[in-house]
Structure formats: C-alpha cells, structure tokens
Design a protein around this ligand. Structure first.
Ligand code: ZN
Length: 499
C-alpha cells in the first residue's frame, strides 16, 4: 500500500508540473505576450492541455484509483483530497468520447470569437446559433456523465461542489426578498451621494504606487508575487511561491484599480497562505470558486469599503493624490465607494445590486437547461428581467444579453459562484467577529492578524476539503445565506438612513 501511495503521489506531481507550466504561460499570454504569437500559443496550450488530459485519464491512473478505493477511509485528509480530485477528473475524462471533447473545444473557440464580433456589432442573431449549439452540446456531454441528475444541477456542481438548483433557488429567493424592497427604499430615500470627485485624474505612476502600497499593506508578499496590467484584472498562481495578479489603470477613475487590486489581493493572499506541505500538490489552490471569491470579496468589501479603512489609509495616500483629492474627507470616500446605483453592466455594478445581475443570469441559465425556450427570445427575457429587478432596460443587446463572455465558452453554472462567494464572506466575517475585533484591527492597520485568522480557518487547507466540509470543519455549520442578507440590510439601511 505504501508503495502505491508513493507512486500515486509521484504521478500526481507530474500532472501538477504541467498545470504550473500552463498557469505561467497563460499569465504571460494575458499580459506581455505579443499579439503575433496567438496561434503558436494556442497550439502550445492545446499540447499541454492534451498531455494533462492523457495523464488524468490513463490506465495507470485507473490502476491507482482502483488500488486505493478499498482503503479510502483509512487514508489521511490530504490523500483523501488528492484521491477525490484525481477520481473526478478520471471519471469525467473517461466517460466522454474524445470526438465530443474536440467538437466542444472547437465550438468554444469559434463561439468566443463570434461573440466578440456580435457584441461589437450589437447583433445577437449572429451569436444565437453558436449559443444554441453550445447548449445542445453541453447537454450531450452531460448525458455521458450523468446518472439521471438534472443537467443544470451537474453544471452547478462542477463549479461549486455540493451546489444544485435547490440550494441556489433558496439562496436567490432570500436575496431577492431582501434586496428588491431595499433597493426601492434606497431610491425613495432620495439621498444623493456626490461622487463626482472620483473622476479627478490621478497620474498612472501614482496609481501604480498606490496598488503596491495597498496590496503589501493587506499582506500580499511581492517577493512571491507580481502586479501586472491586463484589460480584465485577475489573479493566477502556479503555486504559493509565485502568485501574480493584474489590474487596469484608468486615469480618470483611480478607485477602479484601487478596488480591483484589493479584490485580487484577497485571491492572492489565499494562494500565498496555503500550507507548505500541500503547496506543490494538486491541492495547492483554493477549495472552490465560491470560497476563493469569498476571500476576494472579504478584502474588497469588508476591509476596503469599511469606514475605518478610509480613516486610516487617507493619510498615507495623501502624497500620492492630487491637491483636489486631498480635500475630500474619509467619510466622503466611504460613501462614494458604497453608493448604490443600478446599472446595466455587471462588472461596474455596486456591492448591493451586483447580486441582481447574477440572479438574472442564474434564472436564465436555469430556463435554458430545464425549459424549452427559443434562443431568439433571450434578448427579450433578459431585458424584462433587468426592468423587473433593476428598473432599467438595456438600450442595446451589446449592453444586455451580449455583455458577458462566459456563455461563449460554454461556462453555464459559473455565474452563481460570484454571488455565493459574497455570501460566504458574510458568514466567515460573522464568525471572525466572534474572535477578533475587526473594526479595531482595521483602525490599527493590523491586517496581519486578519490574514493569520483566515489562514488558520481557510487558507492553510487549500483544496483538501470540499466547500461544505471546510465550512463544517472551521465554523461548525453549512452555508447559510442569512448572514449575507443581514449584512446587506444593516449596511445599506444605515448608509441611506432608512432606520
Ligand atoms: Zn474574484
């Protein structure tokens, strides 16, 4: 048995090495690689993807899994986690015929390119046949994997283990019941928050210095990291010793990069804080998309959008900000970064209405996979939901149903993890506050204590546990959306003086 375990771990190490190479190459592709190298890079990515797939689904892997299966209960938690991840990839990879996998990747490639054109030309009909085919093919792929589950349940579980329509329906119903009336009250309050000053230009050199200052202050290690630039901010790590992030600098909106850096810092700290012994294994990353997003949202919203943050950070930013911004008070900054304003574009939305954007996508995806709807009705369905939930109707499909890239690469079931991550963060912070005085720590700029607590409860475990196992282990309870509803209600009722 010991020999099998040793060989299994060595085999997984080979997979991990390819994964690390892919992570580094894709970061390169998103940041500095020349445009002329696109085709060569795509070929290289295809090669490595196939090598990983071959290792994950080989007879050798099948042999390891078969040998380990009867002993699974006696294995330690790390081995159990490695076995779970390896088995998932093996089962999925060996059930789907290779030709379907190839058809799907070709279609994804074509659909993403067509989506870009369709959005630029505001032409949904151009994208519609590709979207239709993506849904059909996704259903076909699922039919090979499923043993009777609803296709959408399986997709939801792919992006967040343990999730399904039943849990998400209850979650979104709860959110809807709280947010829609709250939003109405905010509108009726007629409180105007002046945030015009956020567009005062800040030179890019200063913005870069601010990014570095904030990320380091929060606990990001630049000796194991790097802040680059890309059109969409993201964080990517090959292992805890090399965790990079990107941001985007807009001269007339310095808060955009400031908050995207805080968000990505949350992701990056998670990756940098994984326990050494699993750092270079297939468990060396975050538990799930939802748990990962909980960390980024926690840093961005609970630290960065707290009143205390602006009180302490303002003095340090003074010599990096132009004269006009030095006159703005911490309270004005606090209100400006928390203003509620329903908007058409998800990635520019505020903390409160963000959830409604996600809910709309979830409801539409649910329809696409559980009902027989005509793809050409999508723009109308989309617009009606925006009118109903946010009180605004997109003037064009480019600003409506075509705005997000996710569907063009067949990522159905992904969106809900964004809202879930925010809700997890409320639950995690509620537990944190039982043990730490969060307000005092922010005031004292003791971000190290916050990071250490998160490290102990979440980060160190990497991917050893599923999200549910992790929540139970660290907090003694399953996911509970009530924390998030309470947090949003209290925060915005106070900000808009509704109570
Ligand atoms: Zn994120």
């Amino acid at each position: 048995m010991e020999k099998t375990i040793k060989e299994f771990k060595e085999y997984l190490e080979r997979i991990r090495m390819y994964q690390e190479a892919v992570a580094t190459l894709s970061f390169d592709g998103e940041t500095v690689a020349p445009v002329g190298s696109i085709e060569a890079r795509a070929k290289r990515a295809g090669f490595f993807g196939l090598e990983i797939f071959k290792l994950e689904t080989s007879d050798e892997m099948g042999h390891f899994l078969k040998e380990l299966a009867p002993h699974i209960e006696t294995l330690d938690d790390v081995l159990k986690g490695e076995y779970r991840e390896a088995k998932k990839a093996y089962d999925e990879g060996t059930k789907i015929p290779a030709e379907i996998v190839r058809e799907m990747s070709e279609l994804q490639e074509a659909a993403a390119a067509i989506w870009g054109q369709a959005r630029a030309e505001n032409d949904f009909d151009k994208f519609a046949p590709y979207l239709k085919r993506l849904i059909e093919l996704q259903k076909k792929v699922i039919s090979y994997r499923s043993s009777g589950e609803n296709p959408y349940d399986l997709l939801l579980d792919d992006y967040e283990a343990g999730m399904n329509m039943e849990v998400y329906d209850a979650f979104f119903d709860k959110l809807k019941e709280a947010i829609v009336p709250l939003l109405k009250k905010i509108k009726e309050s007629n409180k105007e928050i002046d945030r015009s000053f956020v567009n005062i230009p800040v030179d890019l050199a200063s913005q870069k210095a601010i990014s570095k200052l904030i990320a380091e202050k929060l606990g990001y290690h630049l000796d194991r990291g790097y802040i680059a630039e890309s059109s969409h901010p993201f964080c990517s790590g090959s292992n805890k010793y090399d965790v990079r992030m990107t941001t985007r600098y807009l001269e007339n909106d310095f808060l955009s990069s400031l908050y995207s850096v805080m968000h990505e810092t949350g992701h990056a700290i998670y990756e940098q804080n994984v326990a050494d012994e699993i750092a270079q294994t297939i468990l060396g990353s975050g538990a799930s998309m939802g748990i990962h997003e909980s960390q980024s949202r926690l840093y961005e919203n609970y630290l960065g959008r707290s009143p205390q943050f602006w009180e302490v950070i303002q003095d340090e930013l003074l010599n990096l900000l132009p004269e006009a911004l030095q006159q703005i008070s911490a309270h004005q900054f606090y209100e400006a970064v928390n203003v509620v304003a329903p908007s058409l574009i998800r990635v520019e939305s505020d903390e409160l209405t963000y959830n409604l954007h996600i809910m709309i996508r979830y409801e539409i995806e649910r329809m696409l996979f559980t009902e027989d709807i005509d793809i050409h009705d999508l723009p109308e369905i989309w617009n009606k939901k925006y009118e109903e939930y946010l009180g605004i109707t997109p003037p064009t499909n480019a600003q409506g149903v075509l705005q997000d890239i996710h569907w063009s690469f067949g990522a159905f079931g992904y969106f809900p993890t964004y809202a879930l991550g925010s809700a997890y963060s409320a639950q995690i912070v509620a537990h944190m506050k039982k043990e730490l005085d969060l307000t005092a720590l922010i005031k004292a700029q003791n971000f190290e204590a916050i990071k250490a607590w998160l490290g102990e409860k979440i980060h160190q475990y990497g991917r050893i546990y599923t999200p549910n196992q992790l929540m139970e282990k660290s907090f003694g309870e399953a996911f509970n959306a009530d924390y998030y509803v309470d947090y949003l209600t209290q925060k915005y009722s106070k900000l808009y003086a509704l109570i």
